[in-house]
Ligand binder design. Structure first.
Ligand SMILES: Cc1ncc(C[n+]2csc(CCOP(=O)(O)OP(=O)(O)O)c2C)c(N)n1
Length: 645
């Protein structure tokens, strides 16, 4: 069998191939992607869907002079393979390996960093305008999925692009899917274009109707003609894009290489903004991914033969516990409404959606809208819960502030994937929320130490008559046994988990157990410390923290968040306000930098956020024990052992 890919390292090599050879190359690339992602994990289905489109783009355009901006960037694997990263592709998403998203630092072929949805048209338009200003002469192409056009920002881009009339190519990659089936009016519109049924059927009916209107005089005849044009105009494919100022081309079959190549050749020199509507199949070429595209959107390692995932979870994830708990609480309170921005599975809401379809909303990739929509529901007496990844709520900061906190409305934010998320890297780590939420007046903000506490915090948030948020990490928790009943926690009350006189560790959320284990390491060396589960970032347990600060005089805060403006800063500010002097305070958290991609364990070790790291920082900072003594074995504390003690 030929091996075309062997000789392809850059788009220059690709251009040496005959058009007829491209389909075979597509097959080889698919094989490499499937084999690699089955080991590394990653965004499989989206990448498999655009193999031909990517080949055609690099075949026709002159990259990197011509620039391609990949929306979200999760579909860029073929692009990476074709642009000098084939030999590193096995390191995909691994620590120190290549990123799962485009990165300008990684390759000159990556025109813009992406990771969050809906940014490509704005970025591409900026690149196009810069080109015009600098009197350069290259093409700029944005590739955006139909799911990502539900992001309002995409339409902000369309709006200005249509107005400016710069040369810009937008490729709409339409697979009728976001992560799950796409939702909303825009997706309905695109589906109608694809089926074409509405258009042909109605046009036939209109023609018949108009033929029966008696043509009495010129005025009626002219009117009939105008009605015909208007109605046809509404139904012509892509009319919405034409009206926005784009030339619409399509729909074209995104897996027919000859068709895409000739279309791109044809439009290459077109002036002004052009939209090419390309129809693809998510997961194309790998049957399990075609059949179960949502499960194969983002995957962990899997068996290629069976399509089954290899990593069996030992216990429930925080996400699943949240999903179970909201469903349980919603049975008893019909006011509870769940809202997601295109992440039904990711946020654990599938069960709720099945049980309470009338109280569930997937609003599309529209975080800002989700928040303001929730605000209005709350104003009318309902209890909306916005389930959202910490990193994506960054988008809706103003809505949280302006539409919820300012009106003091009882909306709950269930903030998943808080802290280090791992292989998706800097665009996806949820390491800023403690800073960006804790400064909002009226908000109660908490973080559970384990899954059991998450349940109680959800109930606490739902019973609180104002805005409340809880943040919890990606992945499984500590496999703790659950309390029979979901209870409320007293707002602003921290929990002492261990007592000792030397110093006080105040930890928040998923840093509580590593801190307890750090305390165990220290106690083996005769250093007894107090460990406090803060539970609340806002309000802090002022009386307990000030009491402990006065007693031990040494305070260590531990958080999986940037140190700037985070939990430790909150404790520091509180002590200053309370006038507690002579306290030696050390903050442990993420330094003032973006954290790279890699497994959470590696990253936590690197940033000193595991038990050994926390103990070592404390020892060094307070000059407490010898470094050799740090490597003794300790019993690792989990929720279970804590309860048993
Ligand atoms: C602001 C934001 N919200 C949510 C996500 C999570 N997310 C990643 S890809 C995706 C679906 C994108 O669908 P589409 O653009 O159609 O691309 P496809 O995967 O179907 O190729 C979502 C919701 C994100 N990346 N950014």
């Amino acid at each position: 069998m030929t091996n075309l890919l062997k000789n392809i390292n850059t788009p220059k090599d690709l251009k040496k191939l005959k058009k007829e050879e491209l389909p075979l190359l597509a097959t080889e690339i698919r094989k490499l992607i499937i084999e690699t992602v089955s080991k590394t994990g990653g965004h499989l289905a989206s990448s498999l869907g655009v193999v031909e489109l990517t080949l055609a783009l690099h075949y026709i355009f002159k990259t990197p002079d011509d620039k391609i901006v990949w929306d979200v960037g999760h579909q860029s694997y073929t692009h990476k393979i074709l642009t000098g990263r084939k030999d590193k592709f096995h390191t995909l998403r691994q620590y120190k390996g290549i990123s799962g998203f485009p990165k300008i630092d990684e390759s000159e072929y990556d025109a813009f960093n992406t990771g969050h949805s809906g940014t490509s048209i704005s970025a591409a338009l900026g690149l196009a305008k810069a080109r015009d200003t600098k009197k350069e002469n290259h093409s700029v192409i944005a590739v955006i999925g139909d799911g990502s056009t539900t992001a309002g920002m995409a339409f902000e881009g369309f709006n200005q692009a249509g107005h400016l009339k710069s040369d810009l190519i937008v490729i709409l990659n339409d697979n009728e899917m976001s992560i799950s089936a796409n939702v909303g009016a825009v997706s309905g519109y695109l589906s109608k274009i694809l089926t074409g049924q509405l258009y042909t059927k109605l046009i036939d009916e209109i023609d018949t109707l108009l033929k029966h209107i008696p043509k009495i005089g010129n005025r009626v005849s002219r009117l009939a003609h105008r009605v015909e044009e208007a109605i046809k105009g509404i139904l012509i494919p892509g009319r919405i894009f034409e009206d926005l100022g784009f030339n619409y081309v399509g729909p074209i079959d995104g897996h027919n290489l000859f068709h895409i190549v000739s279309t791109l050749e044809g439009i290459k020199k077109l002036k002004g903004p052009v939209l090419i509507h390309v129809v693809t199949k998510k997961g194309k070429g790998y049957q399990p991914a075609e059949e179960k595209a949502p499960s194969f959107h983002g995957v962990s390692s899997f068996n290629i033969g069976t399509g089954s995932f290899l990593k069996k979870k030992s216990s429930k994830t925080y996400t699943e516990v949240f999903g179970d708990s909201i469903t349980e609480l919603a049975k008893k309170d019909i006011r509870i409404i769940a809202i997601t921005a295109a992440m039904t599975d990711g946020t654990g809401l599938s069960k709720f959606a099945r049980k309470f379809p009338d109280r569930f909303y997937d609003v599309g990739i529209a975080e800002q809208h989700a928040v303001t929509f929730a605000a209005a529901l709350a104003l009318e007496g309902l209890k909306p819960v916005v389930a959202v990844y910490s990193t994506f709520l960054q988008r809706a900061y103003d809505q949280v502030l302006h539409d919820i906190c300012l009106m003091n409305l009882p909306v709950t934010f269930a903030m998943d994937r808080a802290g280090i998320v791992g292989e998706d890297g800097p665009t996806h780590h949820g390491m800023f929320d403690l800073s960006y939420m804790r400064n909002l007046p009226n908000l109660v903000f908490m973080a559970p130490k384990d899954e059991n506490e998450l349940r109680h915090m959800l109930k606490t948030a739902l019973e609180f008559n104002g805005p409340a948020a809880l943040r919890y990490p990606r992945g499984t928790g500590t496999s703790v046994d659950f309390d029979k009943k979901i209870n409320q926690i007293e707002i602003g009350k921290a929990e002492v988990l261990k007592e000792g006189d030397e110093l006080t560790i105040i930890a928040i959320g998923n840093m509580v157990f590593p801190s307890l284990n750090a305390a165990e390491i220290l106690s083996k060396k005769g250093i007894d410390v107090t460990v406090l589960n803060a539970r609340f970032i806002k309000p802090l347990d002022k009386s307990l923290i000030t009491k402990l600060a006065s007693r031990t005089k040494k305070i260590v805060t531990v958080e999986e968040n940037v140190l700037q403006g985070g939990f430790g800063s909150a404790v520091m500010e509180m002590l200053e306000e309370a006038g507690i002097g002579h306290v030696h305070l050390k903050r442990i958290g993420i330094p003032d930098k973006f954290v790279e991609h890699g497994s959470p364990d590696i990253l936590r070790e690197k940033y000193g956020l595991n038990a050994e790291g926390i103990a070592e920082t404390i020892r060094k900072h307070f000059n407490l024990v010898t470094s050799q003594a740090m490597h003794t074995e300790v019993e690792i504390t989990t929720s279970k052992t804590l309860i048993a003690k």
